[in-house]
Design a protein around this ligand. Structure first.
Ligand code: IPE
Ligand code: IPE
Ligand code: MG
Length: 246
């Protein structure tokens, strides 16, 4: 394709007919948002949960197929107990409400990460939400909870090694490996958004993000708006994805 034959939109303008299929978000900056307002960190998490509601609904409304959000990492257990409990409590609250709204919203929810160490009430809600979700095929929201990219890769490697030991010679292709990740069957993210100003992956989707476009913004997650989402999508639509080709 020639340099001038492309009809690209003006910067900042979203082409809603050509959206990324899969958007991933590292929901970061809740603590700093609270600190700026002299509020406890947990107030930032509460506001972050509100933002998640708004952005997930927006993604569903504009027709994004997959939204994957980083809610709690395998490293976030290092935080003080009261902060961890507050985050778990907010997740429970969110899932209660999500279950109520699911029939109307037709949003499908999946969870990436090992649920074993999560509080029993939250684990039960995850199971219920996942069960109800099998009936819907709208926008799929993947919530990464006790998720770590390295942990995910190690688990997949173990499971492939077991298959190989049983004589399955095909167990270690890229395609076969991907089927053992939490994200099995889901296309890789096209766009990854990290609010909060840090430019790092923090152990998120290490395998899946090999060719993902990375968008960073200083806006803190609790302040992140639909307009910020549009800016990120418009930025993505200006990228030239070569996947190693020309
Ligand atoms: C992200 O916000 C939420 C979680 C990691 C659970 P932070 O709590 O990391 O907020 P900052 O980075 O301290 O501002
Ligand atoms: C990444 O944010 C994890 C989540 C948003 C859930 P962190 O705040 O934990 O990442 P670091 O510590 O800045 O790398
Ligand atoms: Mg952070």
């Amino acid at each position: 394709m020639g340099l001038f034959s492309r009809t690209k939109k003006e910067a900042g303008e979203v082409d809603f007919s050509n959206l990324p299929r899969h958007i991933a978000i590292i929901m970061d900056g809740n603590g700093r948002w609270a600190k700026k307002r002299a509020l406890p960190r947990n107030a930032g998490h509460a506001q972050g949960a509100e933002t998640f509601r708004t952005i997930a609904t927006y993604c569903k409304d504009i027709g994004i197929d997959y939204l994957t959000v980083y809610a709690f990492s395998t490293e976030n257990w290092k935080r003080p107990n009261d902060e961890v409990s507050a985050i778990m409590g907010l997740l429970e609250k969110y899932l209660y409400e999500a279950i109520d709204r699911m029939e109307r919203d037709k949003v499908k929810m999946k969870f990436f990460g090992d649920p074993a160490p999560l509080p029993p009430k939250l684990k039960a809600l995850i199971e219920r939400t996942s069960d109800i979700s099998t009936h819907y095929d709208g926008c799929q929201v993947n919530v990464c909870l006790n998720y770590g990219g390295r942990d995910e890769i190690l688990r997949a490697a173990k499971s492939c090694a077991e298959k190989l030991a049983k004589g399955d010679e095909t167990a270690f292709s890229e395609e076969a490996f991907s089927k053992n990740l939490w994200s099995a069957g889901i296309p890789d993210p096209d766009l990854l958004i990290r609010p909060g100003g840090e430019k790092r992956m923090s152990n998120f989707l290490l395998w899946q993000a090999a060719y993902t476009e990375l968008y960073y913004t200083d806006t803190l997650w609790p302040d992140f708006s639909k307009n910020d989402m549009n800016k990120a999508i418009a930025w993505y639509q200006q990228r030239d994805r070569r996947f190693g080709g020309v």
